[in-house]
Design a protein around this ligand. Structure first.
Ligand code: ADP
Ligand code: MG
Length: 308
């Protein structure tokens, strides 16, 4: 089959792995930079061009849309979907995953454990609401921004107030979250097509100032508990993601999901676990394409005129 990967560059390691895995499974694959895709709509059809040439059809699209071009990239993903090309993940699901408050709302509404979280637009209100999340220390998460938003731990009410005023003063939205202490590590579970395919514990690299992990964490393969596995699969499903990395922290044995990622890095996790994640994603793409073709084949033929 013909696979299109939407990615800023074919040399990004995760993109390269997807290309390799697709070729290894006998598919044709092209990598398109989403911002070089042009779209045309006219009320009847949705057309796609790449550098002004009409795009040749594709059987499936795997978006790896960088946060910095999220809006444009998601429009491209939607345009493919309008052409009835299966996309994994959908634009709606990616947008939901990228909106931290929205994903927490979806998860919480379905009874999935999350760290207690408050959101408000006023520093004094937020400071007063800190008791709702168990008091300091808390984690402040900035929601806006082109790149990964950023988190900071505030140990005292004074430092919290200063941080809130600075961030809100810049016009950014933020949430204040219960800071899950002790651990120094979190758990990431990769979910592909509704199945937990790999799991790691992420440990902050020694010497990191921050209490949080973010980049450069050390990954260690783990066997997730049944509860972790179940919550990860459910979280991916609620956000609507075919491919997701579900990040969680354990609070007294109960997993709490704090983020669902729609374009997770594949290479580090493949190295840590030995699982062929790119291969799993391509296998799921094959299944989706087969599924998308099935209803057409299974649907009854146009009724023949009955002969009396
Ligand atoms: N409630 C929390 N308590 C403690 N640590 C957290 C909590 N939420 C997130 N972290 C840590 O902070 C890191 C960054 O948070 P995350 O929500 O993933 O933001 P982003 O990936 O957008 O930077 C996570 O990898 C995790 O280790
Ligand atoms: Mg994260």
């Amino acid at each position: 089959m013909k696979i299109t990967i939407l990615s800023r560059s074919a040399s990004i390691p995760s993109t390269r792995r997807l290309v390799e895995a697709a070729r290894a499974r006998g598919h044709r694959v092209r990598v398109l930079d989403p911002v070089k895709v042009e779209m045309h709509l006219d009320g009847r059809s949705a057309n796609l061009y790449y550098r002004r040439k009409r795009l040749r059809p594709s059987d499936v699209v795997i978006p790896r849309i960088a946060q910095s071009v999220s809006n444009y990239g998601l429009a491209v993903v939607t345009q493919f979907a309008l052409r009835k090309v299966p996309v994994m993940n959908s634009a709606t699901a990616i947008a939901q995953a990228r909106n931290k408050m929205r994903s927490l709302q979806l998860l919480s509404a379905a009874g999935i454990g999350i760290p207690s979280t408050v959101m408000a637009r006023d520093a004094a209100d937020l400071k007063a609401m800190v008791s709702l999340v168990g008091g300091v220390p808390v984690l402040v998460k900035i929601l806006q921004g082109q790149d990964k938003a950023g988190v900071m731990v505030c140990e005292s009410l004074q430092s919290l107030e200063a941080a809130l005023e600075a961030i809100l003063g810049l016009g950014h939205n933020l949430v204040v979250q219960q800071y899950v202490r002790k651990t120094g590590h979190d758990v990431r579970i990769m979910v592909v097509g509704g199945e937990a395919v790999a799991a790691v514990r992420r440990r902050a690299r020694a010497g990191r100032l921050s209490h949080t992990l973010i980049r450069g964490a050390k990954l260690q393969k783990i066997e997730p508990t049944a509860a972790q596995r179940q919550i990860a699969v459910e979280a991916a499903k609620l956000v609507g993601l075919e491919v997701a990395a579900v990040d969680l922290l354990d609070v007294k044995g109960a997993p709490k999901v704090f983020e669902v990622n729609s374009s997770p890095s594949l290479t580090e996790m493949e190295k840590a676990t030995g699982v062929d994640l790119a291969g799993a994603i391509i296998a799921r793409a094959e299944a989706l394409v087969a599924e998308s073709r099935r209803p057409a084949r299974a649907s009854p033929r146009p009724a023949m005129k009955e002969t009396p």
